[in-house]
Design a protein around this ligand. Structure first.
Ligand code: GDP
Ligand code: MG
Length: 163
């Protein structure tokens, strides 16, 4: 038996970049335009000797269009329901935003099993933002860089007991 990991978080934090790194194929669409991935994508992930299912979830858009916002919230909730564990990604370079706090509330309300990751933590530009992520009340933020492959060993050790 394996497990399912859902990558959740607001648009543009690097969810699809991490999904692609874990799946090793460019299944998810990565774009500089926030919110470009608006669906759930599933892939077979490998991390060291771990094999699991990963879901790249859409972010919650704080759009004017309520129907879009509602749809993305529902997609996120669906990803949470399908997953054994959620990797909640925030942007270490931006710090905690109101949208991140809405996500934290969704995850808490859903009683999700959450790993918090501050992405884009390569270099020193992410230090303050990564520390700020403690304020979400979801435990210690893991510092990762999906683009540069940093923090993957720590992610491995956190996921290992799930396998
Ligand atoms: P998503 O909307 O959460 O799926 O985010 P994407 O994966 O599409 O990434 C959004 C932007 O952040 C893209 O320009 C990525 O290249 C960039 N990005 C992703 N991961 C990192 C990282 O670890 N470091 C930096 N500096 N940029 C990243
Ligand atoms: Mg995406």
């Amino acid at each position: 038996m394996s497990f399912t990991l859902a990558i959740v978080g607001r648009p543009n934090v690097g969810k699809s970049t991490l999904f692609n790194r874990l799946v090793g194929k460019r299944l998810a669409l990565v774009d500089d335009t926030p919110g470009v991935t608006r669906d759930l994508r599933e892939g077979d992930a490998r991390l060291g000797d771990l094999r699991f299912i990963v879901i790249d979830s859409a972010g919650l858009e704080l759009a004017e269009d309520d129907s879009l916002q509602g749809r993305m919230r529902r997609l996120t909730e669906r990803a949470v329901e399908e997953a054994d564990i959620c990797l909640f990604v925030v942007d270490a370079r931006v710090g905690v935003t109101p949208a991140d706090e809405i996500f934290a509330d969704i995850l808490r309300r859903k009683n999700a099993n959450v790993i918090l990751a501050a992405n884009k933590a390569e270099g020193s530009a992410g230090e303050a933002g990564a520390l700020e992520a403690w304020s979400l009340g979801l435990g210690e933020p893991m510092q990762i860089s999906a683009e540069h492959g940093l923090g993957m060993d720590e992610l491995y050790h956190v996921l290992r007991p799930m396998a």
